[in-house]
Design a protein around this ligand. Structure first.
Ligand SMILES: Cc1cc2nc3c(=O)[nH]c(=O)nc-3n(C[C@H](O)[C@H](O)[C@H](O)COP(=O)(O)OP(=O)(O)OC[C@H]3O[C@@H](n4cnc5c(N)ncnc54)[C@H](O)[C@@H]3O)c2cc1C
Ligand code: SF4
Length: 487
């Protein structure tokens, strides 16, 4: 414990950020990590409470009280090593994790939780600034070959762990750049892509080979991002490699089956967001969906919807409205009831701060337009009784809508990919594999493992990293009969 009385002396400090009106003019990150003095006092707020619920609340089980103590005492290099011992990519989570650890912080019961995520952000950024994040190639090679399908956080974490265990790792990615949703989906203003590039360079120096533009499978649905130029069959991978890990995410978006869905100007969020990532990367697009000068309606109240709000505002939308089917959650959770778990409460993202009308308990009834192009959305209010949704009588209303973005979550992984491998699925269409016990992360197909959203369904970056790490250990165990990789 850094400072015994720290939690009584210091207030929680949010990271500094650029004002909404000015940051809306660009796509760069706008949060500034804590400075040295701030990080020290924020770390001093940790009480080292004895049973670190935060450590359990964090999906990768970051050893939070230890690195808080190390930051307070100025031992940054060891803080970085401690952080890296559980998390391959803290620069991603330190920026975009919703921080379930903080909901579990003991100080949070009757005060503001320790700013764990901001301290994580500080440690890893200082690590890169000081040149402490370097390649760690394995000293002994095993001669075993592993293929990873998908380069999102799950695939990257699996690849890095296995390369460090001495295996020859190749990552296959259908898109033209590696990173999964970190690259194409999550906006640059939340996560600049240079962070991914830097990690990929580190992994290449550790021996990982990246093959982008390669689709593994047979056929693939046309409405999902796919910039592949080459196709490899699962059989070929199984023949060429000692093990295959499928980490292809959960890419099938939930659709809105209402009249007018077919009108021009109605798009999935994942047709809208990756295009902006590409333009920010310097690519020229002929047909980018733009929100400039339009009345934009975003359907769906989660992270993806919020990213559509931020991107629409940066395009220069005339108005942005976001609807959610569920009722508005309370502004403050009842700590006595929910701590240390993740509470349902009203969350206002940085994109909401930049300008957006938000409305809850709203269902879209139909979309209307002229000359095949959407210009109006007809909705109604709903109420929820015993878990069932009912339309409120006479509550229909309409709204101008030149661009409708569907951000209602993701249903499952692409079924064609799982079918091409012949892996069993669970009731939700995810690849079936357990996470505990012998043979975990293994599918029913010999040599084929699975990790990340492809196994657990739509989730979070930090869960993908956890699954990647745990899956890597199982692959290592299967190949070598023993493993020193951490779980
Ligand atoms: C818009 C958006 C915003 C989000 N914001 C956040 C956030 O702020 N914080 C957070 O924690 N989480 C966020 N998430 C969720 C998070 O991004 C995912 O949970 C996480 O990326 C899942 O990681 P993954 O590696 O399992 O899959 P993905 O990141 O989806 O990566 C899978 C990769 O596999 C590739 N692939 C698929 N099939 C094949 C194939 N057959 N052959 C070759 N390649 C293939 C795909 O192209 C993709 O690159 C967000 C999600 C979206 C959509
Ligand atoms: S990865 Fe997420 S949950 Fe874990 S310590 Fe960091 S912010 Fe908290």
């Amino acid at each position: 414990m850094g400072k015994v009385t720290g939690f009584m002396e210091y207030q929680r400090l949010q990271e500094a950020s650029e004002a909404p009106q000015s940051r809306k003019k660009h796509y760069k990150e706008f949060l500034v990590h804590l400075d040295d003095a701030q990080a020290k006092t924020q770390a001093a707020r940790c009480m080292d409470c004895g049973i670190p619920f935060c450590n359990n609340g964090c999906p990768v089980n970051n050893i939070i009280p230890d690195w808080n103590d190390l930051v307070y005492n100025g031992n940054l290099k060891l803080a970085l090593d401690t952080l890296h011992s559980t998390n391959n990519f803290p620069e991603f989570t330190g920026r975009i994790c919703p921080a379930p650890c903080e909901s579990a912080c003991t100080l949070g019961i009757n005060d503001d939780a320790v700013g764990i995520k901001s301290i994580e952000h500080y440690i890893i950024d200082k690590g890169w600034e000081n040149g402490w994040v370097t390649p760690q190639p394995a000293s002994v090679k095993t001669g075993k070959k592993v293929a990873i399908v998908g380069s999102g956080p799950a695939g990257l974490a699996t690849a890095q762990q296995l390369a460090r265990a001495g295996h020859e790792v190749t990552v296959f990615e259908k898109n033209d750049r590696a990173g999964g949703l970190l690259r194409y989906g999550i906006p640059d203003f939340k996560l600049e892509k240079s962070h991914i590039d830097r990690r990929i360079e580190q992994m290449q120096a550790e021996g990982v080979v990246f093959r982008t533009g390669v689709l593994v499978g047979k056929d693939f649905p046309g409405n999902i991002t796919n910039w592949s130029k080459e196709i490899i069959s699962p059989e070929q991978l199984q023949k060429d490699f000692d093990a295959v890990v499928i980490a292809g995410g959960a890419e099938v978006p939930r659709d809105l089956p209402v009249p007018g869905r077919e009108l021009k100007g109605v798009h999935f969020a994942m047709e809208f967001l990756p295009a902006q990532n590409k333009v920010n990367a310097g690519d020229k697009l002929k047909d980018q969906i733009l929100a400039a000068g339009k009345h934009v309606v975003v359907i769906g109240g989660g992270d993806t919807g919020s990213d559509c709000v931020g991107t629409s505002n940066r395009h220069g939308a005339k108005s942005v409205t976001q609807f959610e089917l569920l009722p508005q959650p309370p502004e403050q959770e009842n700590k006595a009831l929910v701590w240390p778990y993740w509470p349902t409460k009203l969350r206002t993202s940085s994109s909401h701060e930049e300008g957006c009308e938000r409305d809850w308990s709203v269902a879209t009834k139909r979309l209307e337009g002229k000359a095949g192009k959407v210009d109006k959305l007809i909705a109604c209010r709903v109420e929820w009784k015993d878990g069932k949704m009912q339309e409120v009588p006479d509550s229909e209303f309409e709204l101008k809508a030149d661009l409708v973005l569907l951000a209602m979550g993701f249903v499952s992984p692409v079924q064609q990919v799982l079918d091409a491998f012949g892996v069993d699925k669970d009731a939700r269409g995810n690849a079936r594999a357990s996470t505990e016990g012998a043979g975990c992360y293994q599918t029913n197909v010999p040599k084929v493992f699975v990790a990340g959203d492809m196994r657990r369904g739509q989730s979070l970056v930090v869960w993908a990293i956890r699954e990647g790490r745990q899956c890597a250990r199982e692959v290592d165990l299967a190949l070598m009969g023993a493993s020193v990789l951490p779980r």
